[in-house]
Design a protein around this ligand. Structure first.
Ligand code: ADP
Ligand code: NI
Length: 220
């Protein structure tokens, strides 16, 4: 596979993803993909892994999220694999990309993990970074609004030890999502670069929560 072939595959994939996600919810739209793709390339500057596999997986990882397809977790990897084959991607690239898409989501990591690779670790870190910091906060409240959740309810305590089923079926207020996922991410990063980038975003979320509670109680 020459570098030029790789660039072409990426160009065609970008066009496909932009079109597929034209009406996506703002937390999982083309801009989320573009950020994850950028973080992926940034991590790859420090962490050796197969660039083409990582970039294609970053671009295709949310092509059909099960959350928006009645919980069907097979549809994303299937659509991604069919697309990559259609544009002539070699099977030794298609297979690792679809394996990454099948296994990289947070909820999958709460269940039994059957596949790991360096490339998955890089793309998973990139996706997790976008769930943290200022963007992570914006995405969480956007998603909560999309699902008509309360911002916060002091009578509904968070459950940070949820299994996959409980995590998927939760209808808790958005603040709970910080304790059930967003604040747990910094200790789940796979790469040293990911851990470094996560630290600042984590600190920002903690600061945000302190201020949120101060305002909530009228102490500010
Ligand atoms: P994955 O797609 O990796 O399994 P999730 O679907 O849990 O991960 O989350 C993706 C992003 O969607 C989160 O980082 C967050 O921004 C938003 N999100 C998901 N579930 C919730 C929730 N219950 N409350 C607020 N935001 C959520
Ligand atoms: Ni994502």
């Amino acid at each position: 596979m020459t570098a030029i072939d790789g660039r072409k595959l990426i160009e065609r994939t970008v066009a496909f993803v932009r079109e597929q996600l034209a009406n996506a919810e703002a937390g999982h739209d083309w801009w989320h993909i573009r950020r994850v793709w950028n973080y992926t390339r940034r991590i790859l500057q420090q962490e050796p892994a197969d660039t083409l596999v990582c970039e294609l997986a970053a671009l295709l990882h949310d092509i059909a999220d099960s959350k928006f397809h009645d919980g069907d977790e097979t549809i994303g990897p299937r659509i991604a694999g069919e697309f990559l084959q259609r544009i002539g991607t070699p099977s030794d690239v298609v297979t690792p990309v679809t394996e990454i898409i099948r296994n990289m989501s947070y909820k999958t990591s709460l269940g039994t993990v059957t596949f790991r690779s360096r490339e998955l670790e890089v793309v998973q870190d990139a996706d997790r970074l976008d769930a943290m910091g200022a963007i992570g906060i914006a995405r969480a409240f956007h998603y909560g609004g999309f699902r008509n959740r309360e911002l916060y309810n002091p009578d509904i305590p968070p459950n940070p030890n949820q299994d996959k089923a409980a995590y998927k079926s939760s209808t808790a207020p958005t603040i709970n999502h910080f304790y059930e996922k967003l604040l747990l991410l910094k200790d789940k990063m796979n790469t040293a670069t990911g851990r470094r980038l996560a630290a600042e975003r984590h600190a920002f979320m903690e600061q945000f929560l302190q201020q949120f509670y101060r305002e909530w109680e009228g102490r500010q």
